[in-house]
Design a protein around this ligand. Structure first.
Ligand SMILES: [Zn+2]
Length: 248
């Protein structure tokens, strides 16, 4: 399984990265995991937009889903004619939310261009992937993902505050792709995001083989994020970087 970091900037695009977007590939199948604002551009460096087989959206915050609006335009007005629907696994209400973000009065609903499938905690097969989802701890309904193929497993936190569900989702995963939006500080709001120390503690608790810290907010110090995570997780730690390709 191959993971490409298309965008890893937390909460809003940064100077060197779009918002959240990851390309996960196995057996020639291409699955896009989140499509945050700014991500549709760099996604084209790694796959033709007409070569995507499925999309998973963790939650309906703009930095995780907004470029679905632009992707609808690509698939609707393609010079070869409208492209066939592909499955989009997303929280309930996704199509309506994206329609409103697209302008609300469009004749073409996003639901007509994609095959929306409402996520619920559980396990589904998507192409060659076995995908298990759990609710994370975030102000809107948010799913974390455990993606397995070819005997390897990638876990993705999406956005989350502290939750046991994350440790269970990442249990013995080969790689945990985990958010760390908060710099260490007193009085951080609960049920929203993790610090790098917290992300690393979940990776250690889950026995993950490797930790990649993502959702890096541009105003945080990368050195501090790296230092804090490395102090807690004994295995290999790295920071997500746009364009990085990781073999899981
Ligand atoms: Zn969020």
């Amino acid at each position: 399984m191959d993971l490409t970091i298309v965008g890893c900037s937390g909460s809003f695009p940064g100077p060197d990265s779009a918002s959240s977007c990851y390309l996960v590939e196995a057996d020639g199948y291409r699955m896009v995991l989140d499509l945050g604002n700014g991500a549709l551009g760099p996604l084209q460096r790694y796959t033709g937009l007409d070569q995507v087989d499925a999309v998973c959206i963790s939650h309906l915050h703009a930095d995780h889903c907004l470029d679905m609006c632009s992707y609808q335009v690509f698939r609707t007005y393609h010079p070869d004619g409208p492209l066939p629907g592909i499955p989009v696994y997303a929280p309930a209400g996704a199509a309506g939310r994206l329609d409103r973000a697209s302008g609300g009065e469009s004749a073409e609903s996003v639901a007509a261009r994609f095959e929306f499938r409402t996520l619920a905690p559980g396990t589904v097969e998507i192409g060659p992937f076995l995908v298990t989802t759990r609710h994370m701890n975030h102000p809107v309904e948010t799913f974390g993902f455990r993606i397995s193929a070819g005997g390897k497993t990638l876990a993705y936190s999406a956005d989350t505050g502290q939750t046991d569900e994350l440790a269970e989702l990442a249990q013995d995963a080969d790689l945990l792709l985990c958010e760390a939006s908060f710099a260490e500080a007193d009085g951080l709001p609960p049920n929203l995001h993790l610090t790098a120390r917290q992300a690393a503690s979940y990776a250690a608790r889950a026995g993950a083989g490797e930790l990649v810290i993502t959702h890096l907010v541009p105003w945080n110090s990368k050195d501090q994020v790296m230092g804090n995570a490395s102090a807690v997780f004994p295995g290999r730690v790295s920071l997500a970087a746009a364009g990085a390709r990781i073999s899981v």
